[in-house]
Write a protein that binds this ligand. Structure first.
Ligand SMILES: *Cc1c(COP(=O)(O)O)cnc(C)c1O
Length: 401
């Protein structure tokens, strides 16, 4: 075969990645250029919620591409209107909700920052609260919301006025004051290693934001669109935010994101304050309508909940596994030693795709369509990978001997 790694190093920006040259996918499986098959339990990082080449996705892309793909934001399209109404219904915004469609998660979060500015600037408040471990994207604005030094430091100076809250109710309560325009928070921190917030954190954040006339904005780029078994993770937490952002699974592989506002926050943007050339074009909108419509019709959220619970129970009994975290089919598997990179590589060698967001966490985010065959194959490949790495990891008693 061609030496694709040489081509990649010569022609692509040197930013890492490129574990294999993938050429084809079907359901939960992908194939590389040598014909090796992998079970894809990362799902394009929580994106391919219907797996690969799902007929609903293929038909929506093909049909809409042959009908009307793009028209610019001077015009509306039926699919865009249908998608906005659908998102309002799924999010439960009621009549007052509004939707803006973007092309990515970072773009939706950029708009969330602008929403915070529109709100705060009316009373001179510019502080935006974020949570330790947060990830909100790689553009300059969203990077400013991302406390991780390795991501942010090369690009200083960041946006001013960003304050980081620890993952505790006490820290949350101490951080809110009358300079705060908004808090932006992930209900479950995917990139940090599928880290859950302490119980009651979002409820308290909701109360404090309301008391201080600040916006509570949820970044559901990774947790939204059904990933946790609810359409939005906030629905499981029993709160209503002022705005929520989406991307990743909403297009099942087609680039698309959204900002959805609730109540009075829907009145903040006005003509001239935002736009996007591609955002919510007829092609992207048609795909998202087909994907979300299929998730509803096929009642896939029941499968997300059931398969997620079954996987977590089975994984907890495997070697090297300390604990699991997450909700639905966004699962963090915490290991007893910082060997997640080795486990990821051992899984890859055996034909299983997962990732290692931290030293000791493996993340899986498989398709909502997985059944018995996928779960059984996952458990067997993952156990083999864990066993291989466990044999090379000294046990605590060996270390202390
Ligand atoms: C992936 C992700 C983003 C960034 O989305 P992009 O589409 O890569 O710009 C933002 N927030 C969260 C929580 C994410 O998981």
């Amino acid at each position: 075969m061609t030496n694709w790694q040489d081509d990649a190093s010569r022609d692509l920006m040197s930013l890492g990645g490129r574990l294999a040259l993938l050429t084809r996918g079907e359901g939960s499986w992908v194939w590389d250029a040598d014909g090796s098959r992998y079970l894809d339990f990362l799902g394009g990082i929580a994106v391919n919620c219907l797996g690969h080449a799902h007929p609903v996705f293929v038909d929506a892309v093909s049909t809409q591409a042959a009908t009307l793909a793009h028209v610019s934001n001077y015009f509306a399209s039926p699919g865009q209107l249908e998608l906005a109404a659908r998102l309002k219904r799924l999010a439960g915004t009621g009549e007052q909700g509004r939707v803006f469609l973007t092309n990515s998660g970072a773009e939706a979060n950029e708009m969330a920052i602008k929403l915070a500015r529109l709100h705060g600037n009316r009373s001179g408040r510019t502080t935006i609260l974020v949570v330790e471990g947060a990830f909100h994207g790689r553009t300059m604005g969203t990077l400013s919301l991302t406390p991780k030094p390795a991501y942010r430091d090369p690009f200083q100076p960041a946006l001013p006025g960003i304050r980081t809250v620890e993952r505790s109710i006490e820290s949350l309560e101490a951080a809110f004051d009358d300079t705060v325009a908004a808090m932006i928070v992930e209900p479950i921190q995917g990139e940090a290693g599928v880290v859950e917030l302490p119980g009651g954190f979002l409820t308290r954040a909701r109360q404090l934001a309301t008391d201080h006339d600040a916006l509570l904005i949820l970044d559901e780029v990774q947790t939204g669109s059904g990933r946790t078994g609810e359409w939005f993770a906030f629905q499981g937490a029993g709160i209503v935010p002022d705005a929520v952002t989406l991307a990743k699974s909403i297009g099942a592989g087609f680039p698309l994101g959204a900002l959805i506002t609730f109540g009075a926050a829907s009145e903040l943007f006005y003509p001239g304050t935002h736009n996007s050339t591609f955002g919510g074009n007829p092609l992207a909108s048609a795909v998202a309508n087909a994907v979300l419509g299929h998730i509803e019709d096929a009642q896939l959220l029941d499968n997300v909940k059931a398969r997620g619970a079954a996987i977590r129970e089975a994984v907890a009994a495997l070697p090297l596994v300390a604990a699991t975290s997450g909700a639905g089919l966004l699962i963090g598997i915490r290991l007893t030693a910082p060997v997640a990179a080795q486990v990821r590589a051992a899984a890859h060698d055996r034909g299983l795709i997962v990732n290692a967001p931290t030293d000791d966490v493996i993340r899986i985010a498989p398709a909502y369509t997985i059944g018995d065959a996928e779960v059984t194959e996952f458990l067997s490949l993952f156990e083999a990978a864990l066993t291989a790495v466990a044999e090379s990891v000294p046990t605590a008693s060996e270390i202390h001997a």
